[in-house]
Design a protein around this ligand. Sequence first.
Ligand code: MN
Length: 133
Amino acid sequence: MKDEPTVVHESACPEECWSEGDRVGVRWRTLLSGDRTPTSALTLGVAEIPPGDAPVRLHHHEPVEAYYILAGEGSVHVAGREHTVRPGSAVFIPGNAEHVVRNTGGVALRLLYVFPVDAFDQVEYRFPEPLAR
Ligand code: MN
């Protein structure tokens, strides 16, 4: 698809989640992704972890990823280290580094995430741990 100036709004993008189990711990909306917008080179979305929810599953993927915290309080574990985050925090996650996000506050933790790939389906998630039941 040819690149075009593109404006989308989060509210117009469908909510997605991992389909296994009930407590997957995160829901997200993909805003820019070459499979659905006339864009390339970047994939951008917004994720939300409600308070008290299970954390995002520990995972890794080949592309680097960056988070920007929009709301809430949380803890981001990257490659064996824990980092406290709050609105305004940016996190760089190296390629193939294991990471997980927890909501440590009383309100929804919302974060923007971005990958340097044309489309979200180019991010192959790998889960080193089985899903807790
Ligand atoms: Mn990730």
